[in-house]
Design a protein around this ligand. Structure first.
Ligand code: GTP
Ligand code: MG
Length: 450
């Protein structure tokens, strides 16, 4: 459902990442586009403003502008803000003393009854709770029967229907039944209205006061965008909600509701409905959702890793040397060391987006920890002069180096070849617009041209 937003942000980030050093004006231009992208996704204006301001504060800081991969740094900042916007970490359900009550509220047709059954099934299967469903919907004929049918499908208990009871009386009977029969959780499905009206709110308040729910979940339809957010705010002000379930996330909503909900209501999205079937309910994870929206593979943890392990000044020094076409075996040694600290090439590469295609090649290149160690040993067996000027390494020197490092002459040859290839790549990169271009993509410069 975030396709548009994702592709627009993708374009912005691609452009950023292609730049080497970022200027404030680059960040500003990117932020303007992010702003438009969010507004187009139907995110509430105050939320967008806050978001852009927050990102800007971080992104124009010196840390980013000086960083090895400024573009990716900005992506990471946007990602982190997005996670915050979506509510930080996953909020699970709270339980009170048994029977713990979950009150489901929301407008007509938002998905309350379906979600009640989905949730009951989930708690029954995954959390081994004994769940009792009860419908307080006396508005719509057959509403109670609808829940009973879904309960049968979900194989969870449902309070028997007694004709003519009012919602508060049904709630009371549900609690009594639950206490008597030892249920852990009671889920109360309520009637919807077309609009928020006094009668509905009064009824919900009465039920709330009686049942003292541990959770009051607002069920809102993601397809209704900003309306869903306004509804949530109003329900929260009047009834007090503890969390939100956004339904129809499988539809083609633009995503604004999901992105604005937390900021506007101050309440977390706890679950999302992703279909009509009873198993189509997922816990909501801000972290995963943000990554999905940004479609960034795991750039974020990659940047974190790199930031942890790469000495930035050293990396910049090396970048300058490389830009001048100077990259000797001492530099290669440092690169190899850095790669080791980052958990090897395949570990790094696997986290880059769009990498699936390359995975086989990586496997073929067979770059592993052991190989890095071996290559380091080879370089360690060279004289300082050999490291600075590899071209002087001829047959007898190769044999000595191989012996010294416990390897074969062909290993030495392979390393020298790899170094030559890297130099070639650097020269090509220099022609194609500078080494920063390569660094900007976050690939450590030691990467062989595979
Ligand atoms: N695609 C999709 N459909 C859903 C989802 N959740 C609910 N629906 C469908 O939406 C319709 C309305 O769902 P209900 O659960 O009856 O909604 P309600 O809020 O109980 O409606 P009222 O009781 O009339 O207020 C049904 O056809 C559901 O199958 C979802 O996450 N995705
Ligand atoms: Mg219903």
């Amino acid at each position: 459902m975030f396709e548009n937003l994702t592709s627009r942000l993708g374009t912005v980030f691609d452009r950023l990442k292609r730049r080497g050093a970022l200027r404030e004006s680059d960040v500003d231009a990117a932020l303007r586009e992010i702003r438009v992208a969010l507004l187009e996704a139907d995110v509430a204006l105050p939320v967008v403003k806050d978001f852009v301001r927050g990102v800007r504060e971080k992104a124009v800081g010196r840390e980013v502008l000086k960083s090895v991969t400024p573009g990716q740094m900005v992506v990471k900042i946007v990602h982190d803000h997005l996670v915050e916007l979506l509510g930080g970490s996953h909020s699970g359900l709270r339980y009170g003393p048994p029977p713990s009550v979950i009150l489901m509220v929301g407008l007509q047709g938002s998905g309350k009854t379906t979600t009640s059954a989905k949730l009951a099934r989930r708690l029954d299967r995954r959390e081994k709770k004994r769940v009792l469903l009860a419908s307080l919907d006396v508005q719509r004929p057959a509403a109670q029967e609808q829940l009973a049918t879904l309960a049968r499908q979900a194989e969870v208990a449902c309070l028997p229907i007694v004709a003519g009871e009012d919602p508060v009386a049904i709630a009371r009977r549900a609690l009594e039944t639950a206490r008597r029969e030892g249920f852990d959780v009671v889920i109360l499905d309520t009637a919807g209205r077309l609009h928020i009206d006094e009668a509905l709110m009064g009824e919900l308040e009465a039920v709330r006061d009686l049942a003292q729910p541990a959770e009051t979940l607002l069920v809102a339809d993601a397809l209704t965008g900003q309306d869903a957010v306004n509804v949530a705010r109003q329900f929260n002000e009047r009834i007090g909600i503890s969390g939100i379930v956004l339904t129809r996330m499988d539809g083609d909503a633009r995503g604004g509701a999901a992105l604005s909900m937390r900021t506007v209501t101050g309440r977390p999205i706890k679950f999302v409905g992703t279909g009509e079937k009873l198993d189509a309910l997922d816990p909501f994870h801000p972290e995963r959702m943000a990554s999905r929206i940004l479609d960034m593979g795991d750039v974020v943890s990659l940047v974190e890793k790199v930031a942890e392990t790469v000495d930035r000044d050293e990396a910049e020094r090396m970048a300058r040397r490389m830009a001048k076409g100077r990259f000797d075996l001492n530099d290669l040694r440092k690169q190899l060391q850095q790669m080791r600290r980052m958990g090897g090439m395949s570990g790094i590469l696997a986290q880059l987006p769009g990498i699936a295609k390359m995975k086989q090649q990586i496997a073929k290149a067979n770059i592993d920890e052991k190989m890095i160690l071996r290559q380091c040993a080879i370089i360690d067996s060279m004289t300082p002069q050999e490291r600075r000027r590899p071209e002087i390494i001829h047959a007898s020197r190769k044999r000595r180096i191989a012996r010294g490092s416990g390897t074969q002459v062909q290993d030495v040859n392979k390393l020298l070849k790899q170094h030559r290839q890297m130099q070639d790549m650097l020269k090509r990169a220099k022609k194609a617009g500078g080494i920063q271009n390569l660094l900007g993509r976050g690939l450590p410069p030691g990467m062989p041209p595979h």
